[in-house]
Design a protein around this ligand. Structure first.
Ligand SMILES: Nc1ncnc2c1ncn2[C@@H]1O[C@H](COP(=O)(O)OP(=O)(O)OP(=O)(O)O)[C@@H](O)[C@H]1O
Ligand SMILES: [Mg+2]
Length: 184
């Protein structure tokens, strides 16, 4: 699959998502090509660091492409990889247009556009700058969703809209003034 992490706004986390996605897919055993289609070179820098710091290297292949090569090279290389992840520059409309023409999936970081100012989420434990894979405080599921929301609200009265698609959302939906169950 060819996944493009895009969006024209700068600094929304495109490179962070693209590099993490490449690592995640590679770690799960996929043969991954990460395409850095941004002259800023964030994905290339990240990959160089990973190649330097890890005995087995980055675990995926990273190339830098610009202009028309984004389309022609990705078309040529796609059969050789299981997944292609493209990191495009926010201001680089040409690379973005090219990536859009070849990708199966176009991911756009949504939170900045929606004006989200806080996210309650799982976070990964870190040891000496390395993510261990352990969730800090466990998974945010079931009653833990309610507990973390109430702890963040700290007694503030709010009108709560909640959307859920699994049994792990039951407690949150029971708490909400406007619960909506979404079918998967
Ligand atoms: N989920 C997150 N939480 C906190 N900080 C984040 C998150 N995602 C990204 N960042 C930080 O935000 C900054 C911008 O991220 P990133 O470089 O991935 O954005 P970008 O969209 O690729 O930017 P550009 O448009 O310049 O290419 C970085 O310092 C990154 O570490
Ligand atoms: Mg970037």
């Amino acid at each position: 699959m060819i996944i493009c992490v895009g969006g024209t706004k700068g600094g929304t986390g495109k490179s962070t998502v693209a590099t993490n996605l490449a690592v995640m897919l590679a770690t799960s055993g996929r043969d991954v090509l990460l395409v850095d289609a941004d002259e800023q070179g964030t994905s290339t820098d990240f990959t160089n660091m990973r190649n330097t710091n890890r005995p087995d290297g980055a675990g995926y292949t990273c190339i830098s492409l610009t202009g028309r090569a984004v389309v022609t090279e990705i078309r040529r290389l796609t059969p050789k990889y299981q997944d292609v992840v493209i990191d495009v520059g926010g201001g680089n409309v040409n690379s973005q247009r090219g990536a859009l023409a070849v990708c199966d999936l176009y991911l756009v970081p949504l939170a900045p556009r929606l004006g989200v100012d806080h996210v309650i989420r799982c976070s990964l434990a870190e040891e000496d700058g390395v993510l261990t894979g352990v969730l800090v405080g466990g998974n945010v599921r079931g009653p833990e969703k309610v507990r973390r929301l109430q702890s963040w609200l700290d007694g503030e009265a709010v009108e709560l809209w909640a959307y859920g698609d699994s049994s792990g959302d039951d407690e949150l939906l029971a708490l909400a003034d406007h619960p909506t169950r979404v079918r998967r």
